[in-house]
Design a binder for this molecule. Structure first.
Ligand code: HEM
Length: 233
């Protein structure tokens, strides 16, 4: 009778490559699929502007107010991808699905890219690329001030997202710095809440999502809970 104690027989080559793969390595399709998904709204905006500028100036693909539509779509994408990046750790804790952790950095970088283009578009089309005008606007409109705070909080995160930066800073300091992501999220939500006129549910929906993620952050992880349970009383 076959000896089942060794489990299924794996051919030598496959066994060797399986040994090289870390446990729970993300599936190969995961990152390209998420890149494609997150890039899609940006590509939609690009296609809309190409149509407006080169084919059909009366196209309504980007609504009747394409500038405002583009501002808002870029701001929304910045906030959504930032919240998605912040959701990775809690989702991993809840589900134990480790591959999601490999998406944190790329989602964070996408959030920064969308926020930077959001600012660039505003500076270019509404303020003639004048930083002095931006500062004057920030003093006049509080929502702009919170937008700036959000972007400023994201900048050091993007700048220290490389392996070399993690090594140079050291794990603990890097982790402490990356808590700025929550500051960016909170500033982004306040920016959105203050921007809309009257009461609207949408910005509060993102604020509630962020509050939930923050609350989960302070819950003990499964690992530390089981470690505590196994300690002698
Ligand atoms: C210097 C930085 C920023 C500036 C100057 C800025 C400016 C603006 C402006 C002018 C609008 C209103 C557009 C309109 O009404 O036509 C807006 C909307 C918005 N921004 Fe920003 N923003 C900044 C940073 C950010 C950041 C960091 C985030 C997110 C993390 C963000 C998220 C949003 C959202 C969600 C909206 C509203 C979208 C909607 O109404 O559908 N912004 N921003």
């Amino acid at each position: 009778m076959a000896d089942l104690s060794e489990g299924p027989r794996i051919p030598g080559k496959a066994r060797a490559s399986a040994r090289r793969l870390p446990l729970n390595a993300p599936p190969r399709w995961l990152k390209p699929a998420v890149h494609a998904l997150v890039a899609m709204p940006g590509l939609f905006l690009l296609a809309g502007w190409a149509e407006l500028l080169f084919q059909n100036p009366s196209s309504l693909r980007l609504s009747a107010e394409p500038v405002a539509y583009t501002h808002n779509a870029l701001g929304l994408m910045a906030l959504r991808t930032l919240i998605a990046a912040l959701a990775a750790t809690p989702v991993h804790r809840l589900t134990g699905w480790r591959p999601i952790m490999s998406l944190r950095r790329m989602l964070g970088l996408w959030a920064f890219a969308y926020a930077a283009v959001h600012l660039g578009f505003y500076l270019w089309l509404e303020l003639d690329l004048s930083l002095a005008a931006l500062w004057a606007e920030a003093l006049k409109k509080r929502f702009i001030l919170f937008g700036m705070l959000g972007l400023l909080a994201m900048a050091p995160l993007a700048a220290t997202s490389t392996r070399a930066a993690i090594k140079a800073l050291g794990g603990r300091r890097w982790q402490a710095l990356h808590r700025l992501a929550y500051v960016a999220g909170i500033a982004g939500c306040i920016h959105f809440i203050l921007r809309v006129k009257g009461f609207q549910l949408e910005p509060w929906f993102y604020a509630a999502l962020l509050a939930g993620l923050l609350a989960m952050r302070f819950m003990p992880s499964r690992r530390s809970a089981s470690r505590a349970a196994s300690q002698p009383a």
